[in-house]
Design a binder for this molecule. Structure first.
Ligand code: MD3
Ligand code: FE
Length: 219
């Protein structure tokens, strides 16, 4: 497809004033672009299968399963903790490349001069949650984080720089894109729940979130 996934220009991005740097683009990927991205992901997952990260020290498994695309991938296990590395923890192979549609989303929504280095693929089986956390394993907090959602909608929650700051929540639906920059980059956030039956993209339900990140500092 030529310019896949671009809806018309008039569904302009929503910028949250009170939450500096949060940009929401509902319906960024149309149905065809969602299917194309899913097909590319299926190929990538055949090479870099989903794995279950475990918590540093305790070894408690995450409820979300993950894999990565691009030069670096985010991993976690009991002994090594949270980190980025170039290889899949189980296969030892390099992560597959990011599909073109993701690089385009990074440019269009993130608008950052340097390319993304990691695309974390989160797989939420129906009923899975992700607790409130900050993303701070990167060196470059000036770069935005760009997220794309596929499949069932999620109730996403975001607060401030302290865990105790007030939060608000909204739905992220299949095809929605979001960028977090500036003050939002280090905001606490999480996924309260996945809302079954809200998308027919994935035949058995569930949700995929793709998070594009810059890891290294580029001066
Ligand atoms: C807000 N993923 O992988 S994506 C994560 O839906 C993560 O899978 C969620 O939080 C998910 O770390 C949320 C949107 C997102 C990504 C990074 C952020 C929101 C963010 C970083 C800072 C603030
Ligand atoms: Fe996060």
């Amino acid at each position: 497809m030529a310019i896949s996934g671009r809806k018309s220009e008039d569904d302009a991005g929503v910028t949250e004033a009170g939450q500096g740097g949060l940009i929401l683009r509902p319906g960024y990927l149309d149905a065809g672009a969602q299917r194309e991205l899913l097909a590319a992901l299926r190929d990538a997952l055949a090479d870099a299968p989903l794995f279950t990260p475990t918590m540093p020290r305790t070894g408690k498994p995450f409820s979300v399963r993950m894999t990565n695309l691009g030069p670096l991938g985010w991993v976690s296990d009991r002994d090594g903790g949270y980190r980025y590395q170039a290889t899949h923890p189980q296969t030892g192979r390099l992560w597959p490349p990011m599909p073109e549609a993701l690089l385009r989303a990074w440019d269009e929504i993130g608008g950052y001069a340097h390319p993304p280095e990691a695309c974390l693929v989160n797989w939420y089986a129906p009923g899975t949650r992700m607790g409130l956390h900050q993303d701070r394993d990167e060196q470059d907090f000036d770069a935005p984080v760009v997220s794309l959602s596929l499949g069932d909608a999620a109730l996403f929650r975001i607060g401030g720089l302290k865990r105790s700051d007030p939060t608000r929540s909204f739905r992220l639906a299949s095809g929605d894109a979001m960028a977090l920059a500036g003050a939002s980059r280090l905001a606490f956030h999480g996924v309260d729940r996945v809302i079954a039956g809200t998308s027919s993209l994935l035949p058995n339900g569930g949700r995929i979130n793709l998070t594009l990140r810059r890891v290294s500092r580029s001066l």
